[in-house]
Design a protein. Sequence first.
Length: 309
Amino acid sequence: MSGSMIPPSELAGLLRHAAAVGTVAPVVLDVRWRLVGPPGRADHGSHRIPGAVFVDLDTELSAGPARPGPGGRHPLPEPAALQEVLRRAGVRDDAGDQLVVAYDDLDGSVAARAWWLLRWAGVAPGRVRVLDGGFAGWQAARLPVAGTGPGAGAPEPEPLPPGDLVVRPGGMPVVDADGAAALARDGVLLDARAAARFRGETEPVDPRAGHVPGARSAPAAANTGPDGRWHPAGTLAERFRAAGVAPGVATGAYCGSGVNACALVLALEESGLTTPDAPAALYPGSWSEWSADPDRPAETGDRPWAARE
């Protein structure tokens, strides 16, 4: 992979080099999260990449858990609040070569939310990475693990000094519900949820089943293989071309709450079908916002997208 991915071995090498010679160390964000079960903060305390800072999806990478409705279940954080979180982690404006690396323990979608927010906040594309394979990939490579759990205990580096990043929102394009409807009608709107939710066969979270009329199914889970590593650019490009994505075609993504869709924005950029200068748009409110509005239509089924042309 290229662009926004970093292998565990490369990140480990950068951390070792920074500790040895005193260069600016990467900021490592632990964004592990799950919809049900113990919170990711407990995992962070038990086992983590040395020096990683935990960042909570519900309260720091969004404006707090919200009910379906305006903004959706994971509305974008307020710029001032996000700035405080990123400064606490050590993200700086005056360190042009400082990398910021996010990892989770799922399919990279939560890490992609952090990646997207950093880019939206104005951090340059070349400075933001997602750990390929996530924490499982780090462990599989037998790299040092800090924490209090079995097999952990690697020493922690000195904490990074507080950052001075100024969040400048607008670095990534967003659309509202009307904009999402226009993309589905005139361009390509990809739905990152599982195919059964797209078809309307099940809806475990949001008010209604189905999808935005004219949207095309592209589950975010298919961005990665069974080991959690992202597919090569060519594989991703083939998949998205089959959904109608092409250079110059207006493209956007949504999901249930605006998190997994970030992984499609990232995957599209990795595929080469979009670029850092012209990324796909995100519909942050996503299905949790759309489905809560009774005036918004819902489509069900899985007709081939070409049949809608």
